[in-house]
Design a protein around this ligand. Structure first.
Ligand SMILES: Nc1ncnc2c1ncn2[C@@H]1O[C@H](COP(=O)(O)OP(=O)(O)OP(=O)(O)O)[C@@H](O)[C@H]1O
Ligand SMILES: O=P(O)(O)OC[C@H]1O[C@H](OP(=O)(O)OP(=O)(O)O)[C@H](O)[C@@H]1O
Ligand SMILES: [Mg+2]
Length: 281
């Protein structure tokens, strides 16, 4: 059985469950379940705190897991990143009161509050900045108001929490994070992890692309295929009317409407977009 650690709470939990379900695995039915055995797929899911997942995977007690890249790096665990999963994106940044700090060098000699002590100490050391790191469990943005720190280093997604506390980011992001699949080198489940990786990649890719179908005058097929080249090559089928062809191709979701506009302008009609649930490429 392949042992997979899955976030049981927090920002990554629901999206990780959705992705595993879309990848064909049986997931928990209620939030109290801590272990789920999926005999049909030969996997066991262990629902653990995202911060602990890197530790379990690094120690080899589970084979792989889903957690945040920031948590993996903070833990100093021996686990390594297999692939990014395209959700839970955030940056990890320094912030302070406007006017009090403007650059990394200004942190020297001051107190930095964070829940990510390992990550921050490593970053400060790499940049030759000496500062005191104050380790907190959460609600780090309040630390400056309450006087336990001069600067914070925390996860920033929308920036709303920082703004609500009158704080501003400064310096370059320490890290860009998202949910990642992690594993430990030396696990004896190499083949099973590869199946999991391929399934997850199928869902990540399916989310990035849509399927586009359209009809186009036969004389314009080459021009149309240049706009929608697909991954290998688009499918071109005959229609009952020999003056028209049907074309089918995967296109990146982000540019779908621009592509549809260009196809329509060049004479394509009946342009249809459908979601792809999963794929193997
Ligand atoms: N808006 C966000 N807030 C917090 N973490 C986020 C956010 N977006 C993505 N993440 C990622 O979620 C992980 C944090 O997991 P954690 O279990 O601490 O979740 P949490 O949302 O902070 O939950 P909790 O309510 O337990 O504090 C990190 O990898 C972090 O980068
Ligand atoms: O940029 P934003 O969209 O505002 O999101 C970032 C905030 O969300 C997280 O806090 P969370 O709700 O997890 O609380 P915590 O600090 O107690 O973990 C994170 O620690 C930031 O505070
Ligand atoms: Mg949190």
């Amino acid at each position: 059985m392949l042992r997979i650690a899955v976030p049981n709470k927090g920002s990554l939990s629901d999206a990780a469950g959705d992705m595993l379900r879309e990848s064909g695995y049986r997931t928990r039915r209620d939030a109290k379940e801590l272990v789920v055995t999926d005999e049909a797929n030969g996997v066991e899911l262990f629902y653990l705190r995202p911060r602990d997942i890197a530790v379990y995977v690094g120690s080899g007690t589970v084979d792989c897991g889903i957690t945040g890249r920031d948590l993996l790096l903070d833990s100093g665990s021996a686990a390594s990143e297999v692939m990014a999963l395209g959700f839970g994106q955030s940056t990890f940044r320094y912030a302070g009161r406007p006017g009090s700090v403007a650059a990394l060098a200004d942190i020297a000699g001051r107190r930095v509050a964070t829940s990510y002590q390992g990550l921050v100490e490593k970053h400060l050391a790499e940049h030759g900045v000496q500062a005191e790191v104050v380790r907190l469990d959460g609600a780090v943005e309040t630390a400056i108001t309450l006087g336990v720190a001069d600067v914070i280093a925390d996860v920033v997604e929308t920036g709303g929490t920082l703004r609500s506390q009158g704080l501003e980011v400064f310096g370059d992001p320490i890290l860009r994070s998202e949910a990642v699949l992690i594993r430990r080198e030396g696990s004896d489940q190499v083949a099973a992890i590869e199946v999991l990786r391929r399934r997850l990649l199928g869902v990540v890719t399916a989310r990035h692309y849509v399927m586009l179908d359209y009809d186009v005058p036969a004389t314009l097929v080459d021009e149309a295929c240049a706009i929608t080249p697909g991954l290998e090559s688009p499918t071109v089928s005959s229609l009952q009317n020999p003056e028209w062809k049907a074309v089918r191709a995967m296109v990146p979701r982000s540019g779908t409407n621009q592509v549809m506009d260009r196809l329509y302008e060049m004479g394509a009609r009946a342009i249809l977009v459908t979601d792809i649930a999963a794929c193997r490429l």
